[in-house]
Structures are given as C-alpha cells and as structure tokens.
Design a protein around this ligand. Structure first.
Ligand SMILES: *[C@@H]1O[C@H](CO)[C@@H](O)[C@H](O)[C@H]1NC(C)=O
Ligand SMILES: *[C@@H]1O[C@H](CO)[C@@H](O)[C@H](O)[C@H]1NC(C)=O
Ligand SMILES: *[C@@H]1O[C@H](CO)[C@@H](O)[C@H](O)[C@H]1NC(C)=O
Ligand SMILES: *[C@@H]1O[C@H](CO)[C@@H](O)[C@H](O)[C@H]1NC(C)=O
Ligand SMILES: *[C@@H]1O[C@H](CO)[C@@H](O)[C@H](O)[C@H]1NC(C)=O
Length: 950
C-alpha cells in the first residue's frame, strides 16, 4: 500500500463515522432540573416548554436548549426577562458547556457551579442574583469565559472576594465582574492565570495595589476603574510590563507614583484612562508619542511640560503642568527642580506647591531666589525627604546653598554637582548618604555629619554602590520585548462549542495523532541520501533600532580586505562591477558573489559546513578573521521550488529581527547564483549537543542551559508569532534548526519554510506540507492546514528532546518509543516513568525534578492533539522565564547574554564576535545524516497533495 492510499483510506474512515447520535431520551435528571428551573420562575410562560414530561433533547429539542448525546449541553436564554431563581442543584447538569442567561431578572442566590467540568462559557451578567456561594468556582476546569457583571452579590454580608479556586480554571480567558460587590485586594493568583486576556473588575470595592504577579501578564484588557471606598492604590509601574495590553482603565482610584518611563513598550495599547488618580511627575515622552485612540489624564498631579500628544483623543485637564499649552517647554530651573523632586519620589507637600513655571514667584516651598530672580537656595531641612539626589540640580548654576539636613536621603552626591561653582553650603547632615563624596573644585566641604555610611574611612564603605537615581525612582527594567505589535491574537469565543461540529473534528485530529507513527513508518524508507539543513550563521541587529541604515562588513572583492558599507536605501554600491546585482526588497544587504567566492576560497570543499534544504553551507573567513556562513544554492539545480524558498527566506529574514532568531547578513543573486550570508554560530546546532555530544568530545548540556535554550527558543518563536509586525509561522522548528552561540544561548534558524501567517481571525492556511517528521503537528499532517499552533507542537517536541536527550524520531528505538511525542504522552504523568525517561546525563535532584515536571507538563500541553488546546508561545515564555530565573544561582554562567551587544554598529559587532569566537567545531550535524527524517520530503509532499486533491 502506498502512503497516499493508506492515508486516504484512513481519512475516509474517520471522516465518515460521525459521533454516535443515539435516539435515547434526555437524561431524566437533566429533564428534572430544567423543569424545576421553569417551575421556579415568576414568568414560566416565557419558556415554551411542556408543564410535565417531554424530551428536551428530542427532535426537535426544546427551545433554548441544545444537547449532546441526550445530555443538556447548552442553555441559551438571554434577554427574556426571566424572573426567579436558578435551582440549587443546577450543577447536576454535568455536561453543560455553554450557558447564556445574561440580561434577565434572575434573582435569589446563585447556585454552586461546583464540578461543572465541561462548562466553557457562562454568561450570568445583568441579573439580580444576590449571593454567590464560596464553592461556586470549584472544578470549573474548562471555563473559558465567565461574566458576572451587574449582580448585587453578597451585598448584605459586606461583599465577597475572588476564591482561590478560580485558579483551577486554567483555560479562563475572559473574566468580567463589574459592579458585583468584590471587596479586598486583587488576588496575586491572577498573575498565574496565564490564559487570562480580559479582566474587567470596574465598579467594585477593591483595595490595595495592582498585584506584582501581573508582571508580564498576557492581559489585553484590564479594567480596574471606579472602585468605591478605599479604592486601589500604589504605583502603576507593573502595567508597563504587560505588553499585550490594548485597553487599560485605571480611572477613579488613588494610584500614586509617576507614569512609567517604559509605558511606550505597550505597543498594542489603544485606550488608556488614568483620570482621577494621584499620579505625579512628568508625562514620559513615550506616552506623548503613543498612537492611542483615547488617552485620559485628567485630574492628576502631573507636572512639567504637556507633550504634543499623538493620541486621536486626549485630555489632561486639572493637573500641575508648568504651561497650559502642549509642546511648550518649562523653564530650565523648573525642569532641574522637577528632576530633584523625582529623585525624592515626589513628596506630596512639594508637589502641591511647585506648580507653575516660576520657582522664584514666591509660591515654591523651600526655594529662595536672588535679586536677579535666579534660584539661590534649596532649603528643605527635616522635610522627611527620602530617595536620592538628582544630578539635574547641577543645572542650577546660581545655587549658593543647599540645605537638606535631617532627612532620609540615600545614595551618593552626584558627581556633576561639583560644577555648582557658586555653591557655598551643602548641608546633608543626618541623612543616609553613601560614599564617595565628589571633590568640589572650590574647596567646598559638604556637611555630612550623621551619615553612618560616611563615618570612618571612605574606603571602608566605598563598596556601597549606590549611584544616584537619575530617573523617576522607577527601577523596573524594561521588559524583554521591545518590538512593536499590531497582530496580537484577538479573542476567540463565539460559536466555539457547537457540539456536532466539534466532535468530528476531534475525531480527525485524534486519528491524525494515531497516524503519525504510520507516516513515520512510510517515510523511514525514503531517507537515504537526505541531509537536513545545516546550521546557519546569522547577523542580528537591534530590532528597536529606528535607524534603518545597515552596516555590512564585506570583504573587498579582489583583495579580500574588509570594508564597511553603510546602506541606507536601494542604491547599488557594487563598485566592483563584477556580475550584476539585483536589489530585492531587503534593499541593502546585497553582496557581490565575487566577494563570497573570495572568502570561501571559491566554495572550497574543505570550507563546507553542511548541506541544507537547497544547497551547501560554507564557512567564510573575512580578511580580519571574522567567520561568516554562506548558504549557496546548488548550481544548476535551481528548481522553481528552491527559488521560491530562496526569495521567501530573504523576504522573511529582512522583516524579522529578534535576538533569538537568526537574521540575514547579506545575499547575492547573480546569474544562477543565489546565496545567503549569515552570522557564524560557533557552537552549532542544539541537536549536536543533545544527541552527539560524545562523538564530538563535548560536555553534555546542563539542565540550566537546557532551560535557557528552551526560553530563548520560546521567546524567538513568540516574536515570530505575535510580536513581529506580522505573524509568521516557522513550519520547521526542530533541534537541528536551533543554533547555539558560544555562551550557549539559542537562536532559531532556517526560515526557508516560513510562510506568512494569514491575517484575520482564522489563522490557518492550507499549504503544501513541509516540515520534518517527528516534529509535525497532527492536524498539519492530516489536513495540511497550518497555524502558529503547529509550531507550538514542534516546540513541545523540542522540549521533550531537551528533557530526555532522545531524538524526536529514531527507528533504532523500540517500536513504542520511536516517535518521541507519542511515547512521552504516555509516560509524562507518571513520576517514576518520567524520572526514568529523563536524560541520564542530567543529575536529577528533588529541586531539579520540580522544574523538570513543569517542563514535562508544558511539553504535554504544547503537543495537545487539538491546536486550540495548545498554549501560545507567550504562555511558554511565562512558564519558562521564572524557572530560568530560579536556576540562575545554580550555575556560574554569566547572566549576561554575552555574545552580542545589540547597540553597536555592525562592524564593531563583527569585531566582538571575532573576539568571542573560540574553537571551530564542525557545523556538521550528524543527526541529520544518521536517522532524522529528510527536511523536505518532496515525495511525501507530492503524495499528500494528491490525496488531498490540491
Ligand atoms: C418583565 O417581567 C416582569 C414581571 O416578571 C414585568 O413586570 C415586566 O413588565 C416585564 N418586562 C418586560 C420588558 O417584559
Ligand atoms: C456570599 O454570601 C454567602 C451567604 O452569606 C456566603 O455563604 C458565601 O460564602 C459568600 N460568598 C463568598 C464568595 O464569600
Ligand atoms: C462599597 O463601598 C461603598 C462606599 O464606601 C459602601 O457604601 C458599600 O457598602 C461598599 N460595599 C460593600 C459590598 O462593601
Ligand atoms: C518615603 O516617604 C514617604 C512619605 O513619608 C513614604 O510614604 C514612603 O514609604 C517613603 N519611601 C521609602 C522608600 O522609604
Ligand atoms: C548633570 O547630569 C545630568 C544627568 O546626567 C545632566 O542631565 C546634566 O546636564 C548634568 N549637568 C551638568 C551641569 O553637568
């Protein structure tokens, strides 16, 4: 039997057998509960169901009722003006998956929903329920959306708090509970609910701060506005790490502190409301530049200049700005003094008084001026000031005295304060100043008695490395992702659970999963002469670099010497006149073939690094010793397929920039030559280190390194999927496409198969099958439909490889474990079996095991049969990041991502690599020549095409 006929047969079998639709009458208990519900209503006539008996799941079913296998599966009765209670045994409708009761007048206590493990959607908003039992959320493990808004829950008993059992709803994406009497602080566990993307809790009695755990949360909508009573407080710093946010409503609270400087990281933000808080400080330039639809800053204590806002709608009334018009700068004295305030965390008494644009107007508390109207004294002794001294004070050259004794100021005295040549007195006594004290040229000796860090010899305490803060006291580092995004996945939800549709699909994907080993069987026979793509070499650039000038170092075409080209546009700078170069849309990465010939010794066999999907990869050496990798299409055999791939790769690589994705250094198209140039990745492919470390005489990868690699890959893939300007699908993620730098940090390579993910809701595209066996997602293998979730599947397989040290597919293994993903699924939940499966070179201790189990779980999650059940890569990042963090101390590796400093121009970077580069390990990937599946199984793709009729 050929693979195609085998497949066709199996596919038909699965497609033609729909789920069994029996004619049995409705489950009697379900019937009983529906009748109780109807009878309990004040207006039962609104439900046209029989008074007695009947068959809700019959043919036709009762109005508003939907069934699956004789069980009530959905109740859709919104907006009917139903008045009355829900029966207390409501949770016995145990197959209920979708409940729509919003916009009625249902009243009385909400029954417990405990144990409704199939429930995915529950809309109970806009009713008159008056209490919610504390076990309501227990066991709602399938819940995806829950709305409880506008119910007066537990009002007589002082409100209610979100029970921690809500955490068990790990699929929950949308939770809204506006005006539902929530009290107390926002629970920390919200930060652990990784699937949550919409959280609307407006108009409650919430108190306390935004939980720190929401750091880097994937929320897209966060509404916390208009709390009553004490209201929400604390700073809003954490929100700037929540990169996917598009709507952020914080108005009507008592938030303090300033707007985070890195607010501009929220590239998807459209709607931002801070009205009516106590936000102080300058409006960051970044906020002014954000292209928001709506920005409301009214009624705060913002200071400094009003930016020229780029938002479509904005308002900023009733603040403490120095000017009344946007874009007008403040006096420099004002800016210097606001810098000073910022270092001291904006004490409210000074914020209240330092309002206008004239510190010498007489209103500014603690400021004295000379006869010329210049600031001569800062006089704020014993003002309970804390924080640090700002270097901006050095700009007030007219200062004669600074009196700050008896406060709680810490940090050092900024070194540029020594430029205050008129300064006669600097009183910092009784604070917490740390050394070293700068030397004032005019011999001024600061008064520093009562600063215990300065007592005794200055050397003794000089290790205190308290450099003064220059900013707003906001010490949060910027989040890792700085790239812009407009493609964050929008919310799924509607129509999702119509059972008759779901069931057959589930059947097909299940079938696909079973089929995988068959595919493997069919294609094992074909491998022979194939070799998977070799490791590539990349040149990364800083994605945040707005300057599009690309500097490329190339060897001079005749001498092989180095020159730096600064590209800025399309113009050809092929001064050599050798060959004819064509400018592709990548624009400025063009290199002449002659140059590449020179650096690869005319593509000498000894420079070969490996064979790729469409050609050979050579190592090239520039005159200064810098190594590059040159991927050259096999001469003469330029099929149209290969050409397409070549151009796809250029187009994609020129758009995608991320530190964990390889990017293009240059290319050539001359005559029949198609060549790509990448950075040389000295440690080669991950597969080499996982499966062939012995034969290369290398150390096996430590667990810490594996975690780091997993996180790097997850970040790279997350960027590819959601954070780049467009969404991309890799289609061929595998350990031989993950390359390692000398510090063992990883980058994903080989985008030859990347297809642009389609825009719009249904992110799936039918493509010619490509990819590599063992890593292929079942639905992709069966239907050819690809989504980003197919990459997630492959990522899960890579995780399994990292855990076990076993190749994704290996026919030397016993039958049941040949296909790693299928086998791993069987053993992953059994602690003993999992332990036994872990790569024996890893020294597994109890504490390691904890992170190993989490990775195993993530791997399982990523390889779920149904694409919709796989997480997105952002989730993987969220799971991995804390583990990597935790494992830092266990290894003495440098924390720094040491290889490359992305802020340097390219020529300097190239020098840096050169220095960083150590031994020259072969690029050859033994795995690929031994037992891996061909990278581009042409025969397979073709036969697939035929069965699929496409
Ligand atoms: C809703 O039902 C109540 C009685 O249960 C009735 O008084 C009211 O008029 C109804 N409203 C509408 C819009 O039908
Ligand atoms: C709401 O009030 C009811 C009755 O007073 C109480 O049993 C229940 O635990 C409260 N709900 C929550 C979530 O605290
Ligand atoms: C919420 O706060 C308001 C205003 O302080 C108060 O009147 C109301 O009783 C509070 N509600 C609850 C449920 O605590
Ligand atoms: C600084 O002082 C303010 C006001 O006295 C206080 O609220 C704040 O907690 C202090 N901060 C630190 C870091 O001590
Ligand atoms: C002091 O340092 C700050 C921050 O580095 C800078 O903005 C300011 O211009 C410097 N002032 C002087 C007079 O050197």
């Amino acid at each position: 039997m050929t693979p195609s006929t085998l497949l066709t047969t199996l596919l038909f079998l699965f497609l033609l057998s729909p789920p069994s639709l029996t004619n049995a009458v409705t489950d009697p208990n379900d019937l009983k509960i529906l009748q109780q519900f109807r009878k309990g209503l004040d207006n039962p006539e609104l439900l046209p169901w029989p008074d007695q008996g009947g068959d809700p799941c019959g043919n036709p079913p009762w109005k508003y009722i939907f069934c699956l296998n004789s069980r009530v599966n959905q109740i859709q009765a919104k907006g009917l003006n139903l008045t009355g209670p829900l029966p207390q045994n409501f949770n016995q409708l145990s197959m209920l998956s979708n409940l729509g009761l919003q916009n009625n007048r249902l009243n009385g206590p909400l029954p417990s929903f405990k144990g409704l493990s199939k429930l995915q959607f529950a809309f109970l908003d806009n009713n008159d329920f008056d209490s919610i039992p504390s076990d309501f959320f227990d066991g709602l493990e399938s819940l995806e959306a829950l709305a409880l808004d506008h119910n007066n829950l537990n009002a007589t008993t002082g409100g209610w708090r979100l029970p921690s059992s809500l955490q068990g709803s790990t699929q929950l994406t949308n939770f809204s509970c506006m005006s539902c009497n929530l009290v107390g602080p926002l629970p920390e566990f919200l930060g652990e609910m990784n699937s949550l993307s919409l959280l609307k809790l407006s108009n409650n009695n919430l108190t306390g701060e935004i939980p720190r755990s929401l750091n880097r949360s994937a929320l897209q909508v966060l509404w916390l506005n208009n709390q009553q009573g004490e209201r929400l407080s604390g700073t809003i710093d954490v929100v700037s790490t929540m990169v996917p946010l598009s709507s952020l409503w914080l108005h009507g609270n008592v938030f303090t502190g300033s707007i985070p400087e890195n607010i501009g990281d929220l590239v998807s933000l459209k709607d931002f409301d801070l009205n009516g808080n106590r936000i102080v400080g300058l409006v960051p330039d970044a906020l002014g530049n954000m292209q928001l639809d709506n920005l409301d800053l009214n009624n705060n204590m913002l200071m400094g200049p009003i930016p020229n806002f780029k938002a479509s709608k904005f308002s900023y009334d009733n603040n403490d700005f120095c000017q009344s018009k946007p874009g007008v700068p403040c006096a420099f004295e004002v800016m210097a003094l606001l810098g000073f305030l910022s270092g001291l965390n904006y004490p409210s008494n000074l914020v209240d008084s330092w309002k206008d644009n004239d510190p010498c107007g007489g209103n500014w508390l603690g400021i004295k001026c000379d006869v010329n109207g210049k600031v001569s004294m800062i006089n704020l002794p014993k003002f309970k000031l804390n924080g640090t001294l700002s270097p901006s004070v050095a700009n007030l050259g007219s200062l004669v005295e600074i009196r700050l004794g008896g406060n709680n100021i810490s940090g050092g005295v900024p070194s540029n304060w020594t430029s205050l040549t008129s300064l006669k007195l600097l009183d910092l006594s009784d604070n917490n100043i740390s050394p070293p004290l700068p030397e004032f040229r005019n011999g001024l000796k600061p008064v520093v008695v009562g600063n215990h860090l300065l007592d005794g010899s200055p050397e003794a305490s000089s290790s205190g490395n308290n450099s003064p803060s220059t900013g707003s006291g906001n010490a949060e580092p910027a989040p890792a992702h700085s790239s812009s995004s407009d493609s964050y996945e929008t919310k799924k939800s509607k129509g999702k659970s119509l059972a008759p549709i779901v069931a057959p699909i589930a059947g097909v994907t299940a079938a696909a999963f079973l089929l995988i080993p068959l595919y493997a069987y069919c294609f094992r026979r074909r491998k022979g002469g194939f070799q998977a793509p070799a490791s590539l070499v990349i040149h990364p650039r800083d994605p945040s670099d707005s300057d599009n000038n690309v500097k490329i170092v190339v060897a001079n075409n005749t001498t092989g010497s180095i020159s730096t080209l600064t590209g800025s546009g399309s113009g050809s700078r092929n001064s050599s006149g050798i060959g004819e170069s064509h400018v592709i849309e990548a624009g400025n990465l063009k290199i002449s073939v002659q140059v590449l010939r020179n650096v690869t010794k005319n593509f000498a066999p000894e420079n070969e690094l490996g064979h790729g999907g469409f050609g050979v990869v050579y190592k090239g050496e520039l005159a200064d010793g810098t190594n590059i990798a040159v991927k050259r299409m096999e001469a003469g055999v330029i099929s149209s397929k290969a050409l397409d791939e070549f151009q796809a790769e250029i187009a994609v690589l020129s758009k995608v920039r991320h530190r964990h994705l390889v990017s293009l250094l240059g290319y050539s198209i001359e005559g029949n030559e198609r060549i790509l140039v990448y950075e040389y990745m000295p440690q080669g492919a991950l597969s080499k280190h996982l499966f062939h470390w012995k034969s290369f005489g290398m150390e096996p990868l430590s667990w810490k390194r594996r975690l780091n690699i997993a996180l790097d890959v997850a970040r790279g893939m997350e960027y590819l999927h959601t954070l780049a300007h467009q969404s991309f699908i890799h289609r061929d993620l595998k350990s031989s496409n993950i390359l390692l730098a000398d510090d063992f940090r990883a980058k994903v390579s080989d985008f030859g198969l990347v297809k642009l993910a389609p825009e719009g809701e249904e992110k799936s595209v039918v493509t010619r099958l490509a990819g590599t066996f063992g890593y292929l997602a079942p639905e992709y293998a069966v239907t050819g439909k690809i989504t980003t979730k197919a990459d997630v599947f492959s990522f899960g397989v890579v995780l399994m490889e990292l855990l076990t040290g076993l190749m994704a597919l290996d026919d030397d293994r016993p039958e049941e474990s040949q296909y790693l993903a299928a086998w791993f699924w069987h053993i992953k939940s059994d602690k003993k079996k999992l332990m036994a499966a872990i790569d024996p070179v890893l020294d597994v201790k109890e504490e390691t095991f904890e992170s190993i189990s989490m990775i195993a779980e993530l791997a399982g999650h990523c390889t779920a049969r149904e694409p919709s059940q796989r997480p997105d890569m952002g989730h993987a990042v969220n799971v991995l990041a804390p583990l990597v963090e935790k494992w830092k101390p266990f290894d003495d590796d440098t924390e720094e991502y040491s290889g490359i400093d992305y802020s340097l121009p390219l020529n300097q970077m190239v020098k840096g690599w050169q220095e960083a580069e150590g031994k020259d390990l072969s690029y050859m990937d033994l795995e690929d020549s031994k037992s891996s599946i061909p990278a581009r199984p042409t025969g397979f793709a073709d036969s697939f095409t035929s069965i699929d009729g496409r």
